[in-house]
Design a protein. Structure first.
Length: 730
């Protein structure tokens, strides 16, 4: 605007100097420009912030309008233009002042704006910084939160994993617990005495008919399922375990929901809880099968399988118990030893089946004769023992009671028996002994009753006898002899004597080995006195083995000498020794050790061996026969051997018992028996040896009737050495 006014001032001044049309034209133009510019700027002047700009705008407008009017009012002369020159110049001067003020103001404003800008910039920077810092913080916060979230997520996953693992473990445990046979449980005894089962596996319902939930509410329901007899015992065991904090174990019976009674074995360990309760962790399982096996073993161990009666072991046990009790109550008891007369004959002639039936019926009759508290036992074979208890506090009252019981048994066993539809008669012999607490040895008492039973047999059978002091002396002597026998077996004291055996031409064929006991005080004791004792006590087995070994050693020694090399040696073998399970191995071992020729060894068996288990005997004899050993049947004719068996036995020789030989010339019966045995031997292809030949007459008789071999005092007594034709071989 200032330039436009300057141009207008110049144009006015020129036109005034020379109001030519060109100058006027230029003046018009400059005035128009000034108008235009003023129109542009007038708003700014009016609203200007510089003092006087409003007035200036009015004055400028006025000056311009007046110039315009002057130019419009023609003619335009120097004079009409003259006032305008000064006016325009004055306006221009004012505008210049104003412009300077505006400039100044602008400068100030610019400076103010700059500083404002600067402060704005700095505040913006601060804000940016703050924002940055805040942002960073925010980022850090976000990152932190992010890592917390990640950690939390991780922890959550871990928790989920451990929860899942725990759930799986619990499920697995429950599956195991539910499939384990029996019941796994937690049992709690509260301080107030209440029982609960906080946990039970599923087996509980199967055994006790109680659900785990019901047991968790009230544990006594579980105990109520036990059979009444066992309940108190189990509760007491629990109580003891709670007091001592020792494991609780018990075996008890429970009636299952299906009605079956089963045996359970329980084991649980207790723990005292802070609230005073006791908590057990435990399990129980079905032991019915073991119990049944245990029962069976007990039965086998203590009961006779045939009759179901107690056996010797249980009788011994009860007798010891009775002796102890009688000591306290001063009571007397009685032992009755019962043996069936002629049982062996029946068994042998009719067969074992009959024998077994008879034994079972005898057992039933005996049991019916006594009180519940008394004991009826079977010792084996046809031997029974009845033990009567509490017969009275003195012998005078006990004796008649025992006798009455004995007579009752005698009468009961005398009645006819029906065996396989056949009526059979059997009688017993009964030996009775009284006992009280002073009798401390069970085996002694049994011996006494046994001895009395033999007395009854001697007295004609089918009767009863009491043990008396004379018998007592025999028992004591027998006991003493038994301990001497044991000692001699340990320390040595036996010898073998040899009695020659000859053929029908008088040539020695061998000898029989006969044992002799050289007792340290009593001198030489006859085998007839100690062999039965050795048999009874079982000492016959070690004694028999000693004899066998000594005899085989002798045989081996004979083999070394031409005079004796062909001799055989007969060795007596007792029933008990032969029945020993290792007998065959024993013989085999002895033959091997001594180098004896088994073909020269002749084992003498007695007929009584054939009373039981003939098949087993035959099998053993056959095995020995395969080793080369020969057999002779001793005492032939005195027993009950069946001819049917005889044919099956691998024997070589029959021996006619010396009791027949003794009276062969005087007793026609014995003569017939001797002749029959010789004939039987011939028909079976066996050689026959007559033992106990003392006279020429006996020898002749036997020779005439075809006997092949002989043994007896006539040809030589048993000697510690073999004497023949002046040769002595030890
Ligand atoms: N009156 C008379 N007697 C004669 C005559 N000839 C022999 N004797 C005797 O008759 C017995 C024959 O033996 P046995 O019948 O086997 O009878 C034997 C036998 O059963 C048994 N015995 C002997 N030694 C043993 C052995 O080592 N083991 C076994 N288990 N028993 C044996 O002892 C029984 C008795 O033996 P010993 O006293 O030695 O008695 C022997 C013998 O001395 C005679 O002409 N007249």
């Amino acid at each position: 605007m200032l330039q436009d006014l300057s141009r207008l001032e110049k144009a006015v001044a020129l036109a005034q100097i020379q109001p030519s049309p060109a100058n006027l034209e230029a003046l018009h133009f400059a005035l128009d420009v000034a108008f235009l510019r003023h129109a542009d700027k007038v708003a700014a002047y009016r609203g200007g912030i510089i003092a006087g700009s409003d007035v200036f705008a009015t004055d400028l407008e006025k000056a311009l309008n007046q110039l315009d009017m002057t130019l419009q009012a023609r003619p335009v002369t120097r004079a009409t233009l003259a006032p305008h020159v000064a006016r325009i110049e004055e306006v221009r001067q004012r505008l210049k002042v104003l412009s300077d003020a505006v400039f100044q103001r602008s400068m100030e404003q610019a400076s103010a704006q700059r500083s404002e800008l600067r402060s704005l910039q700095s505040s913006t920077s601060a804000m940016i910084f703050l924002l940055g810092a805040f942002g960073l913080g925010l980022v850090a916060l976000l990152l932190r939160q992010q890592s917390i979230i990640r950690a939390l997520e991780c922890r959550d996953r871990e928790l989920q994993d451990s929860e899942r693992a725990e759930r799986e473990l619990r499920e697995r445990q429950e599956r195991i617990a539910d499939n384990v046979p029996g019941v796994i449980f937690q049992l709690r005894l509260e301080a107030d005495g209440k029982l609960v089962f906080p946990y039970t596996s599923k087996g509980l319902a199967k055994f006790f008919g109680v659900t785990p939930e019901a047991a968790a509410e009230d544990g006594s329901r579980v105990l109520d399922a036990l059979i009444a007899e066992d309940r108190g015992r189990v509760r007491r065991a629990l109580q003891r375990s709670a007091e001592s904090l020792q494991p609780w174990t018990s075996e008890c019976r429970v009636q299952r929901p299906d009605g079956r009674i089963v045996w359970l074995s329980s084991f649980a360990t207790p723990q005292r809880k802070p609230d005073g309760a006791v908590l057990w962790h435990g399990h129980c399982h079905d032991i019915t099968r073991y119990k049944a096996a245990e029962e069976e073993i007990r039965n086998l161990a203590f009961f006779d399988p045939l009759t179901g009666l107690p056996n010797r072991r249980l009788l011994t046990d009860r007798l010891s118990h009775a002796l102890a009790t009688h000591g306290r109550n001063r009571q007397h008891g009685a032992l009755l030893f019962i043996d069936l007369d002629n049982f062996k004959t029946l068994n042998d002639t009719q067969g074992h089946q009959y024998g077994d039936q008879l034994l079972c019926q005898v057992a039933a009759r005996l049991s019916a004769c006594v009180r519940e508290a008394d004991t009826v036992a079977r010792l084996g074979g046809d031997e029974f023992v009845v033990m009567l208890e509490e017969l009275g506090t003195d012998v005078a009252s006990a004796l008649p009671r025992a006798e009455t019981a004995g007579e009752k048994i005698l009468a009961a066993l005398n009645g006819a028996y029906l065996l396989n539809g056949q009526e059979v008669h059997s009688t017993p012999s009964i030996g009775i002994t009284l006992f009280d607490a002073r009798d401390s040895r069970v085996d002694e008492l049994l011996k006494r009753a046994d001895l009395a039973m033999y007395e009854a047999k001697e007295a004609g059978r089918n009767t009863l006898r009491f043990f008396d002091p004379v018998m007592q002396a025999t028992v004591e002597a027998s006991s003493a002899l038994e301990s001497d026998l044991r000692r001699s077996l340990r320390e040595g004291g036996f010898a073998l004597h040899y009695q020659p055996q000859l053929d029908r031409d008088g040539n020695p064929t061998g000898a029989e080995a006969l044992v002799r006991w050289l007792h340290p005080e009593k001198g030489m004791i006859s085998p007839a006195d100690f062999i039965p004792l050795a048999e009874r006590t079982g000492l016959i087995v070690p004694l028999g083995n000693w004899v066998l070994e000594a005899a085989c050693r002798q045989l081996a020694a004979w083999q070394q000498d031409a005079h004796t090399a062909s001799l055989s040696l007969a060795v007596n073998v007792s029933v008990r020794q032969f029945r020993h399970p290792d007998f065959v191995e024993e013989v085999e071992g002895v033959i091997r050790r001594t180098g004896a020729n088994p073909a020269r060894l002749k084992l003498e068996l007695t007929e009584s061996l054939l009373l039981d288990d003939v098949e087993e005997i035959i099998s053993k004899m056959t095995r020995l026969r395969q080793l080369g050993v020969c057999f002779s049947l001793d005492d032939f004719g005195t027993g009950y051997s069946s001819l049917a068996y005889l044919k099956r036995l691998p024997i070589d020789q029959l021996k006619i018992d010396r009791s027949f030989v003794r009276d062969v010339l005087t007793d026609p019966n014995d003569a017939v028996i001797a002749r029959t045995i010789i004939a039987l031997g011939h028909s079976l292809g066996l050689n026959v040896l007559a033992e106990g030949v003392e006279t020429e007459a006996q020898h002749r008789f036997l020779l005439e009737h075809g006997c092949h071999h002989f043994q007896g005092f006539l040809f030589g007594r048993p000697r510690p050495v073999w004497r023949e034709a002046g040769v002595v071989v030890v």
